[in-house]
Design a protein around this ligand. Structure first.
Ligand code: SF4
Ligand code: SF4
Length: 153
């Protein structure tokens, strides 16, 4: 009998404690969540998001020389690079540079190893898709600093 009464008192006490915490957060604390997609987080500049390509200097589209070091360093084997050589042109011509973000593990080893500073991590985090195939990002997408938000309200 006493044990049952004690349980009721203890249960009521912890219920009240829980409600105090709830109301404290409801009225006196700033929310730590946001109303996505109505609101969007501004990431820190050093946020290590997806990998992107760096635009080249003097009007060049990108800085990639096609050396393939990032491809060799990538532990997820998700970088796809096609190059060819042209008569009279120094170096390689990059035909395709793509990353399968569905496989990428965001380790940024490719960024660190690139000797030409052609890759960077960007603060873009809205990259979810309904079709897995859309996670294959080609050069034009990788050059964008941020993809236009797909989920709007
Ligand atoms: S390491 Fe840099 S320059 Fe070499 S292929 Fe990769 S992105 Fe291009
Ligand atoms: S971040 Fe890592 S897994 Fe992703 S492309 Fe670069 S090396 Fe590969």
């Amino acid at each position: 009998m006493l044990r049952g009464l004690w349980r009721i008192i203890a249960g009521t006490w912890w219920l009240v404690v829980g409600l105090i915490v709830v109301f404290k957060h409801l009225f006196f604390r700033r929310a730590i969540t946001i109303q996505f997609p109505k609101e969007r987080m501004v990431m820190w500049p050093r946020f290590r998001g997806r990998v992107g390509m760096v635009p080249g200097d003097n009007g060049a589209k990108h800085k990639c020389t096609g050396c393939g070091q990032c491809v060799r360093a990538c532990p997820a084997a998700c970088i796809f690079l096609d190059t060819h050589k042209e008569e009279g042109v120094k170096g390689l011509i990059v035909d395709r540079y793509a990353i399968d973000l569905g496989l990428c593990i965001y380790c940024a080893l490719c960024v660190e190893i690139c000797p030409f500073g052609a890759l960077r991590t960007v603060t873009d985090y809205e990259i979810s898709v309904f079709d897995k195939g859309e996670l294959m990002w080609e050069m034009d997408g990788l050059l964008e600093p941020r993809r236009a938000p797909r989920f709007k309200r």
